[in-house]
Design a protein around this ligand. Structure first.
Ligand code: ARG
Length: 477
């Protein structure tokens, strides 16, 4: 047990109390951020004359060495430390000697952990947007490929009107674009630096908080120091955004599962993303999509946990807030894995165009257009609706589609029908004529695709580089 706060204590901490209190088991993930933050703090102390240049360089060298040794495998983070902050400080003192003891001047673990979590969240928000962009670009490719692939559109899970696969996928493109813009929005609010807030009330040292903020790439320091150490809104916002994103992914998964069933047969999931049954040899199960749907509950749970943890906390820092980490890590890891696997599954998904089109043809999806045809010939819409309703009933009895009827049969329901009805209710016409902005008709869809391309190209993280973030840094082994 190596702690930072022995002085005021006479007795030993109870072993299980120590273990219960410790966060090293999970906050070791924040090593990179803790070191980055400490380096900035040391440089700022140097600039302000609190540390000499020699002291600051010694400290920075020590910190960089710890980072290199941990990631190189020479130094292991063990459970003997209370948290990652204690680990770094103890190791720094071991390397640099007494000068290492000066690093914590004008700093508390409260502003330190607030900073670490913000830095960590910031990079994972960017990573998440990269993953989303990949998913959206696969969607866009599929939209281009399937601009003429007709399928039934559903309401109440009943066939409603014909749409195209491009149009259906375009709906998801919109959802994931909103998810991305939610990330952009919360990124702006989280991108402020709490370092220098101290335990809760700032410090008497002449810290230059704006300078630390600049060194760490923040747009500026946070304002109120009590809020700075007790604010976890940015995590709640991120988890909320991830919950909505997971809800979208879950709906999409549900559709893939339905479409992959024998009853629909609209898609076939690639072998690489399906699994078999241990007893039923014929089975090919959509496990990845099911798991994405299932893991959505987990992310919601993480959000609820953090909201509940925060709701009763008096100002400023309370140890309850240590509970922000595991749930947040879990939600972020889960959502990242789901987006990434879903993207791979989607990229390899086989769409059965003929089955989709046949399903649209057999589902009376052209009934609205048949009614509109009569309206075009002067029949009031309500009457037209009734006539086509009776026609549909007749077809259900006969077991055929509207298009299968002869003109003579049409005429027994209304004299207004002419030879041109067949063209008017062909699926192709039904889709082609839907040209309002956002509709599935080819011209409207081409416009939507063009706009989507532009949106993707101008995505807010398109210019950010992920290269300096290794897998190992993102999730500690
Ligand atoms: N492990 C703690 C956390 O995650 C770090 C801050 C500790 N601060 C304190 N005053 N005990 O919140």
């Amino acid at each position: 047990m190596a702690q930072l706060w022995g002085g005021r204590f006479e007795g030993e901490t109870d072993r299980s109390a120590w273990e219960f209190n410790a966060s090293i088991g999970f906050d070791r993930r924040l090593l990179k951020e803790d070191i980055e933050g400490s380096i900035a703090h040391a440089k700022m102390l140097e600039k302000q004359g609190v540390l000499t240049s020699a002291e600051a360089s010694e400290i920075v060298r020590g910190l960089t060495g710890i980072y290199a040794d941990v990631y190189g495998g020479a130094l292991v983070i063990t459970d003997q430390y209370e948290d990652v902050h204690s680990f770094v400080e103890a190791n720094l003192i071991e390397r640099a000697g007494d000068v290492g003891k000066k690093l914590h001047t004008g700093r508390s673990r409260n502003d330190q952990v607030a900073l670490d979590m913000r830095l960590y969240t910031r990079s994972r928000v960017i990573e998440m947007d990269h993953l989303l962009r990949e998913l959206r670009s696969v969607l866009l490719d599929l939209m281009k490929e399937h601009i003429d692939t007709i399928m039934p559109g559903f309401t109440h899970l009943q066939k409603a009107q014909p749409v195209t696969l491009a149009h259906h996928l375009g709906a998801y493109f919109e959802m994931f674009t909103r998810d991305s813009s939610r990330l952009e929005d919360l990124y702006d609010r989280l991108n402020v630096c709490p370092l220098g807030a101290g335990a809760l009330a700032g410090t008497t040292y002449p810290l230059d908080r704006a300078y630390s903020a600049t060194l760490l790439g923040f747009k500026g320091p946070t304002r109120n120091s009590m809020d700075s150490v007790s604010d976890r809104d940015y995590l709640l916002e991120f988890l909320s955004a991830l919950s909505i994103l997971m809800m979208h992914l879950s709906r999409f998964s549900e559709e893939v599962i339905l479409w992959n069933s024998n009853e629909y047969g609209f898609v076939e999931i690639d072998d690489a993303y399906s699994t078999g049954s241990s007893i039923m040899p014929q089975k090919k199960n959509p496990d990845i999509a099911e798991l994405v749907r299932g893991k959505t509950g987990r992310v919601y749970g993480d959000l609820m946990q953090l909201l509940t943890t925060m709701k009763g906390l008096p100002l400023a820092y309370n140890k309850d807030m240590q509970e922000d980490k595991e749930g947040a890590f879990d939600a972020i890891d889960t959502a990242a894995a789901c987006v990434s696997l879903f993207t791979s599954m989607l990229r390899t998904l086989k769409f059965r165009k003929e089955t989709m089109e046949k399903s649209a043809a057999l589902g009376f999806t052209n009934a609205t257009d048949a009614a509109d045809y009569l309206v075009g010939k002067g029949v009031p819409f309500r009457d037209a609706h009734g006539i086509i309703g009776r026609l549909v009933l007749h077809c259900i009895d006969k077991g055929c589609a509207l298009d299968d009827l002869s003109l003579a049969e049409f005429k027994t329901f209304s004299d207004t029908f002419e030879e041109d009805v067949f063209d008017a209710i062909s699926l192709k016409t039904c889709v082609e004529k839907r040209l309002t902005t956002g509709a599935p008709g080819r011209q409207a869809m081409e416009e939507e695709i063009r706009a989507s391309e532009e949106i993707l190209k101008n995505d807010w993280t398109a210019a950010y580089d992920l290269a300096d973030m290794t897998e190992k840094e993102k999730s500690d082994e």
